[in-house]
Design a protein around this ligand. Structure first.
Ligand code: VGL
Ligand code: ZN
Length: 211
């Protein structure tokens, strides 16, 4: 068991990000058994959940003539347009059925404001509103977080960067993340960005063997 000051963060392990989903992450499903194997070793497991209203500004379908992958200015921020995904109260927004969701202590939803996207589990992309995750973790005495999930080059990356700026010792569990790679090499660059910002890059096996 990891000490009580360590929490596991599961990023967006939702149906729409799996290979058959609306915003597919190649091999995203390999993360699920690793998450299930790790969860019993943590006293605190938190999960982020992408949770968009149908009129969300990140959906290409909500902008006439726009297609997924294009970049627009959304209320002053650069926004990649995505296929419709993780719409509140739809199947695609649910956690993957094979995930042992009973082990999740607390869920933080993000992307609920139609005007702004939220890749990080901590803040929206404009860093205006907190989801409450940092405050909740700190109130529990958590000082270290281990992060896994999808997508490595979007929500995982920004969750890790915000965890570091919030002062958490931060580990990226490298074998338990996969990304979208809009451009070839995006995932590798995201991992270097996280490492350069101060994250430690580890494998799930190392995190269990150390116990
Ligand atoms: C994500 C794009 C849009 C993610 C969420 O979970 O990385 N990516 N919404
Ligand atoms: Zn989203």
């Amino acid at each position: 068991m990891h000490p009580a000051y360590v929490a596991l963060i599961l990023v967006d392990l939702q149906v729409d990000f799996m290979p058959a989903g609306m915003l597919p992450v190649a091999e995203g499903d390999v993360v699920i058994p690793i998450a299930n194997a790790l969860m019993p070793h943590y006293r605190t497991v938190v999960a982020t959940q992408d949770w968009h209203p149908g009129n969300h500004g990140s959906f290409a379908a909500n902008h006439p003539w726009r297609k997924p992958g294009q970049v627009i200015d959304l209320h002053g921020l650069q926004q990649v347009l995505w296929p419709i995904h993780c719409v509140q109260n739809t199947w695609g927004a649910e956690f993957v059925a094979e995930l042992d969701s009973d082990r999740i202590t607390k869920v933080f939803q993000k992307g609920t404001d139609p005007e702004i996207d939220s890749y990080s589990g901590f803040y929206d992309n404009g860093h205006r509103k907190s989801t409450g995750m940092a405050e909740w973790l700190k109130a529990k005495g958590i000082t270290e977080v281990h992060v896994l999930g999808v997508a490595a080059d979007f929500c995982v990356k920004f969750t890790v960067l915000d965890a570091l700026s919030e002062g958490f010792t931060t580990v990226l569990i490298k074998d338990a993340t996969r990304g979208v790679n809009l451009q070839p090499g995006d995932v590798d660059r995201a991992i270097s960005d996280m490492q350069e910002a101060g994250a430690s890059i580890q494998l799930s096996g190392e995190l269990v063997d150390a116990l």
